[in-house]
Design a protein around this ligand. Structure first.
Ligand code: SAM
Ligand code: SF4
Length: 324
C-alpha cells in the first residue's frame, strides 16, 4: 500500500476537511467583520465526493479525519453523512471541530454514530465579550450545546480557547473551572498570525507566558507532548488538584517537524500547511471519482509540504476559509 510520506520523512495520517466555508459567527480573529466571500454551492464538494476523498486517503494510510469549517454544523446533512462514512469505514476515526452553537440539536446523533472526538471553541465566558468577539454569537447557545454534548456522552471532549492579550488573558482560571465542572479538557491556543490585519505582536501571548499565568503557579508539571492521536498540545498536570490543561504553541514552539496533517478546503483544494498559500485543486479528480489519478496527485503534492511554517508564512490567510 502506498503511504503518505513527505520529503522530510513525515508520515501524514491525519486529514482535516472543511465541510463549508460558511459560518454563523464572525469571530474577529478568524474573519473580517463583513465576512468573507462565500463559495457558490456548485463549487462545494458534495458529500458523496467527500466520502470518495476520505476513502482515497484511507487507502493511502490516513486513519483520522477532522471535519471543520467555517462552521461544519451549518451545512445540512452533515450528521447523516458522518453516519454513512462510519458505516462504510468502521475503523475510521472521525472528529469534529465546532463553535457548539448548534450542538444542542445534533449532539445525541453525533454520539450515536461513534464520533471519536469533539473540539469545541470557546474563548470567553463573559456574554458581552462573547457577543463582541463573535460579532453575532450567543454564549448561552454555546453553553447549552456543550452541555448537550456532555449529556449525550460524546467521548474526548475538548474546549479550545485562543488566548488574546487584553481580551481573555484574565479568564484562564474561569475557563479552567468551567471546563472541569462540565467535564471537558481545556486547551489554550496561541493566537496565530494568519492575517496581518487582525494579528499583532502586542496581542500575542506565548505558551511560556500562558504557563506562567496559570493559577497555582509551579504546581503544573509537564505530562507529555500530544501524540499523533491527540494533536500537538503539550499537556500539564496540576500536582495539587490533579487537573490537566493543554497548551498549543503553534507559533512560539512549533511542532512542524512532527506535523502529520493535511487540509482540504470545502472546494477540494489540498493545502499542505495551514500557513501556506499553495493549494492543489483536487476537485476535478474527486468529482470524476478518478481514484488512481487522485492518489497520484496527492502523492506528488505532498512532496512539496513545507519543512516549517515560518519558511512560507505570508500573513494573508483567513482561518475560516482554510478550515482551522
Ligand atoms: N467554526 C468552528 C470553530 O470555531 O470551532 C471550526 C472552524 S474554526 C476556523 C477552527 C478553530 O480555529 C477555532 O478553534 C478557532 O478558535 C481557531 N482559530 C481561528 N483563527 C485563529 C487564529 N488566528 N489563531 C488561532 N486559532 C484560530
Ligand atoms: Fe466561525 Fe469558527 Fe471562525 Fe468563529 S472561529 S468565525 S465560529 S469558523
Amino acid at each position: 500500500m502506498a503511504e503518505l510520506i513527505d520529503f522530510y520523512g513525515r508520515h501524514l495520517r491525519y486529514v482535516r476537511i472543511s465541510i463549508t466555508d460558511r459560518c454563523n459567527f464572525r469571530c474577529s480573529y478568524c474573519m473580517p467583520a463583513e465576512g468573507v466571500e462565500c463559495l457558490s454551492h456548485a463549487d462545494i464538494l458534495r458529500y458523496e465526493d467527500i466520502s470518495f476523498l476520505c476513502g482515497t486517503f484511507w487507502d493511502l494510510g490516513v486513519r483520522k479525519f477532522r471535519f471543520t469549517g467555517g462552521e461544519p454544523l451549518v451545512r445540512k446533512g452533515l450528521v447523516p453523512f458522518l453516519a454513512q462514512l462510519k458505516e462504510e469505514f468502521p475503523k475510521m476515526k472521525l472528529a469534529l471541530t465546532t463553535n457548539a452553537s448548534l450542538l444542542d440539536r445534533y449532539a445525541p446523533e453525533l454520539a450515536k454514530i461513534g464520533l471519536h472526538s469533539l473540539n469545541i471553541s470557546l474563548d470567553t465566558l463573559d456574554p458581552v465579550k462573547f457577543a463582541e468577539v463573535t460579532r453575532i454569537g450567543s454564549l448561552s447557545d454555546v453553553i447549552t450545546g456543550i452541555r448537550a454534548a456532555v449529556r449525550a456522552g460524546i467521548p474526548n471532549l475538548k474546549l479550545n480557547a485562543v488566548l488574546i492579550k487584553g481580551f481573555n488573558d484574565h479568564e484562564i482560571g474561569g475557563l479552567l473551572r468551567f471546563a472541569k465542572e462540565e467535564g471537558l479538557l481545556l486547551r489554550l491556543i496561541e493566537f496565530m498570525p494568519l492575517e496581518d490585519d487582525v494579528w499583532s505582536r502586542e496581542r500575542f501571548i506565548s505558551g511560556s507566558e500562558i504557563l506562567a499565568m496559570l493559577p497555582d503557579g509551579d504546581a503544573w508539571k509537564v505530562e507529555k507532548r500530544g501524540t499523533d492521536e491527540d494533536g500537538p498540545a503539550k499537556y500539564y498536570v496540576n500536582e495539587k488538584t490533579g487537573d490537566t490543561i493543554g497548551i498549543i504553541t503553534a507559533v512560539s514552539d512549533h511542532f512542524c517537524e512532527k506535523c502529520n496533517r493535511l487540509r482540504v478546503s470545502a472546494s477540494g483544494k489540498l493545502r499542505m500547511c495551514l500557513f501556506s498559500a499553495e493549494e492543489i485543486p483536487l476537485a476535478q479528480m474527486i468529482r470524476n471519482h478518478d481514484k488512481a489519478g487522485l492518489e497520484q496527485l496527492i502523492l506528488e503534492s505532498i512532496k512539496r509540504k513545507p519543512r516549517c511554517w515560518d519558511d512560507i508564512h505570508d500573513g494573508k490567510q483567513h482561518m475560516s476559509g482554510i478550515g482551522g
